[in-house]
Design a protein around this ligand. Structure first.
Ligand code: SF4
Length: 115
């Protein structure tokens, strides 16, 4: 038969504080790391469907005529209303891709002018 473990109140509180602060610290790290590494790739199914490219100048304008012509040539992720970052940011979240990172110089068929 095993003996019941007795923990003094002070020891229990110390342990709880350490566990709590560790959990808070661990909880904060993955958000930052995911945000840095979660870049949308061109070969993903949604990218293919939306015509997303890392370099907007490489858009297949025969397939996605929205980016053809002079008006289309000025469309980039960085000046799209859905680009959640500074225009100078190399990558920023986009709501079309569940807030994963898209390239500032990229483009997709959901491009909408900033108002
Ligand atoms: S919706 Fe806008 S920011 Fe998002 S990938 Fe398409 S062009 Fe880029």
């Amino acid at each position: 038969m095993s003996k019941p473990i007795q923990i003094r109140r002070r020891e229990f509180l110390k342990f709880s504080l350490k566990a709590g602060s560790t959990a808070v610290a661990l909880g904060a790290i993955p958000i930052t790391l995911l945000a840095q590494d979660d870049k949308v790739a061109e070969d993903e199914a949604l990218s293919q469907a939306m015509g997303y490219v890392l370099d907007a100048t490489k858009t297949d304008t025969a397939k996605f005529p929205k980016r053809a012509g002079d008006a289309g040539a000025n469309q980039f992720c960085y000046n799209c209303a859905l680009y959640a970052g500074e225009e100078s940011a190399e990558f920023a979240p986009c709501s079309i891709f569940q807030n994963r990172l898209v390239a500032g110089k990229g483009w997709c068929n959901a491009w909408v002018a900033k108002s």
